[in-house]
Design a protein around this ligand. Structure first.
Ligand code: ADP
Ligand code: MG
Length: 703
């Protein structure tokens, strides 16, 4: 322990100027619980009040400026609501007009003529002359006479905080007070010296001071750089330690053999040769399952890249070694499709497959539970119903989660508890994330990628159409239906509660119905506000071909497989993100026929929307699209970042700072490789820091 006990963990209400009520508000409004939280409540920009300008030198091109001068004249002008206070400020070089439209009565009372002020505000032009409206007025003191010594930090605040006097300025003042009463020793370093040197990072204590009170922009930047690195580095240390701990502690089942079931299926029943990528991933999985450790692997593969076949072969490996396997899907429909597909593939094999969802009830359910518990069912497919306590496996060796981002972290973790020794875990996702990001976003998973499409796919043709061309689009759909195909028409539903979106959907449905009247055409409508049963019935009618058109919200985004559907019309494309568009497009192009994706937009498009449409028209490659998506939207939208909880990042941005992220990762790996328990003196700062952290051990159970 350090001799100087840090005051960083102190509750915020004990800070001078806070107290219980403001403390409560700070906690609720901006999540500041401790002194440390306040120090980590960073300014989002700075105002430069270090310079003082001369009035005669102002060009009018400046934005904010600061001037030192006296008020030589004050007057209220205008009538009624146009009333305002106008003051003339004079320095050695000239005069400038200051004006207040609001609160002028108060200003009039408090401003004094012929007293020196430091005036700060935004310049504007009025009747050809320069003017400053609602400037900040500070009486000139010795301390301020040459401007501030540092840049002025600007903080976010909220209406509620403001109402309690916690304006941006007041927050700044609290922070400054705290910094001034602390000695650097109370902010212990947490990064080992050699790492600081290697990356030329300033010490932690200095960084806290400089990020709030920098003398220059450059200082602010260096402080940010240090603190960003710290965030990334500490996150990587935690992740790498989890991985090491898991590798040491976890016993995994050993799959000794690739046995009869696998080989018979592979040689006699495989409907197509595997792609190179599928083979490679299977080898990676095979290797994991021989190590004696638990596998914890993420399989990324674009929509349609053939993840299901990899899953199936993986399950067969488990069976050959005397284990059961399960496959969990996020929706009932998807689970049913997996059951159908897999039963079909295994129809000549002595493997028993069953389905368990919320809809399997009564006697059927009992039978399945019994079969699962006595081991006579080899593969159990289902929804999150698989996680229920009543589901007991005889010997679960492999658990596969499809479209894993649809499940919460906690749900996935429950799979671990199905056995004393946890089963191997394979989670699959079609949301491609660049590999380095995946490692950090999904914690300590190993990552496999299917980066190759099965051969013979006809690339989907994507086109952009506007409202003007709607009749042609409808005619095109008719042509396709005449050829025996089916079509999706998808409406945006950004928020479950947005009534507007439902109105659009319903209106759209009526329009579509007018174009496609019964009995020649039948339409399914599917959205999240329907009772689940109705939704599933409608979906089912489309899957079986009873209806030719599916009008839907994004509820169909995941996994639905209707190979006969050849047209995907996306309405109000401008309202979707790129990754979502790509997911939606992946619903077509699953059969042998040429498929089309039609992006409908209004006649006028913003720049970002144009860019998204362009990317979609140009490429079918999910990785290219996800990179582009992150560029356009930032990482906040990467599936799972928020729920992963591993990255508690305030400053760093895993996309923009990915070079730094890679460096931090490398650094963390190297340190832990040489000193896994952080016992070397050089790593003491890190060791001590981690020891004081709130226990986050819950993570270690989470994939
Ligand atoms: P996803 O990765 O999106 O889950 P699927 O596993 O549903 O993709 O596969 C999409 C389609 O591609 C399925 O119809 C599947 O049978 C087919 N498929 C998978 N692998 C191959 C392959 N190696 N060669 C040809 N077709 C394949
Ligand atoms: Mg799939």
């Amino acid at each position: 322990m350090n001799l100087v006990s840090s005051i960083l963990p102190n509750p915020i209400e004990y800070l001078k100027g806070v107290g219980p009520q403001r403390g409560e508000l700070l906690r609720k409004e901006i999540n500041i619980h401790t002194f440390r939280d306040l120090l980590e409540y960073y300014p989002f920009r700075y105002v430069d009040r270090t310079k003082v300008e001369k009035i005669a030198h102002l060009s009018g091109m400046e934005d904010f400026v600061q001037i030192r001068g006296r008020i030589v004249h004050m007057e209220v002008v205008g009538e009624k609501r146009g009333k305002r206070l106008v003051a003339t400020l004079q320095d050695e070089t000239g005069r400038l007009e200051l004006v207040w439209f609001q609160g002028w009565q108060w200003m009039q009372k408090s401003l004094r003529e012929n007293v020196a002020y430091l005036v700060f505000g935004r310049l504007s032009q009025f009747n050809g002359a320069l003017q400053m409206a609602h400037p900040e007025m500070d009486l000139l003191t010795e301390e301020t006479s040459n401007g501030r010594q540092h840049l002025e930090p600007v903080y976010y605040t909220t209406e509620k905080l403001k109402a309690r006097g916690l304006t941006a300025k007041a927050i700044g003042k609290l922070t400054r007070n705290l910094l001034e009463q602390m000695s650097p020793a109370e902010i212990p370093e947490n990064i080992p010296g050699p790492v600081l040197q290697q990356f030329r990072l300033m010490p932690r204590a200095q960084a806290y001071f400089k990020i709030h009170l920098p003398a220059t922009e450059e200082e602010a930047k260096q402080a940010q750089r240090r603190l960003k690195f710290e965030e990334l580095f500490l996150a990587q240390i935690r992740i790498c330690r989890l991985k090491i701990r898991r590798h040491k502690a976890s016993h995994g089942f050993v799959f000794n053999a690739v046995g009869d079931t696998f080989n018979t299926f592979y040689n006699d029943h495989l409907p197509f040769p595997l792609t190179g990528a599928q083979k490679r991933v299977l080898k990676e999985i095979r290797k994991d399952t021989t190590t004696g450790r638990q596998m914890n692997r993420l399989l990324q593969g674009d929509v349609g890249s053939g993840k299901t076949m990899v899953a199936l072969l993986t399950l067969l490996m488990a069976i050959d070694n005397g284990f059961q396997g399960c496959l969990m899907a996020p929706t009932e429909i998807l689970a049913q499709q997996h059951l159908k597909g897999i039963s079909e593939l295994l129809k000549d094999m002595p493997v028993k497959v069953a389905l368990l969802t919320g809809n399997v009830k009564g006697k059927a359910r009992k039978e399945i539970l019994t079969g699962t518990a006595d081991g006579s069912i080899h593969i159990l497919i289902g929804t999150h119903a698989l996680l229920e306590n009543e589901v007991k496996f005889h010997h679960l060796g492999m658990a596969i989660v499809d479209e894993q981002h649809r499940f919460g972290v906690a749900q996935r973790a429950r799979l671990w508890e199905k056995n004393d020794t946890p089963p191997h875990i394979l989670v699959m996702t079609a949301t491609p994330i660049p590999r380095t990001l995946a490692m950090t976003v999904y914690g300590d998973l190993d990552v496999s990628v299917i980066d190759e499409m099965p051969p013979g796919r006809k690339p989907i043709t994507t086109v952009h159409r506007t409202e003007f061309q709607r009749p042609q689009v409808m005619d095109f759909i008719k042509d396709e239906i005449r050829k025996g195909r089916q079509a999706y028409i998808v409406y945006p539903l950004i928020e479950e509660s947005a009534n507007m979106d439902y109105e659009n959907l319903t209106k759209g449905y009526e329009e579509v119905k007018a174009f496609f009247p019964e009995p020649k055409y039948y339409i399914s409508m599917v959205h999240g506000r329907q009772p689940q049963e109705q939704r599933e019935t409608n979906m089912h009618r489309f899957v079986t071909g009873d209806t030719q058109i599916m009008v839907a919200t994004t509820v169909i985004e995941v996994g639905v497989n209707v190979p006969n559907a050849s047209v995907m019309v996306i309405e109000s494309t401008e309202r979707f993100g790129l990754s979502q568009l790509h997911q939606l497009r992946g619903r077509v192009g699953r059969g042998a026929e040429q498929s089309y994706c039609i992006l409908m937009t209004g006649n006028k498009l913003g720049k970002d929307s144009q860019e998204r449409v362009k990317v979609m028209v140009q490429t079918n490659n999910g990785f290219v699209i996800s990179e582009k998506d992150m560029e356009l939207r930032g990482p906040g939208d990467i599936e799972g970042t928020r729920q992963s909880g591993l990255l508690d990042l305030k400053l760093a941005d895993i996309v923009q700072d990915r070079a730094m992220l890679a460096a931090a990762r490398e650094s963390a790996e190297k340190i832990l490789e040489e000193d896994p328990n952080l016992e070397l003196p050089v790593n003491k700062p890190l060791h001590d820091h981690l020891a004081t952290q709130r226990s986050k051990s819950a993570w270690s159970k989470i994939s």
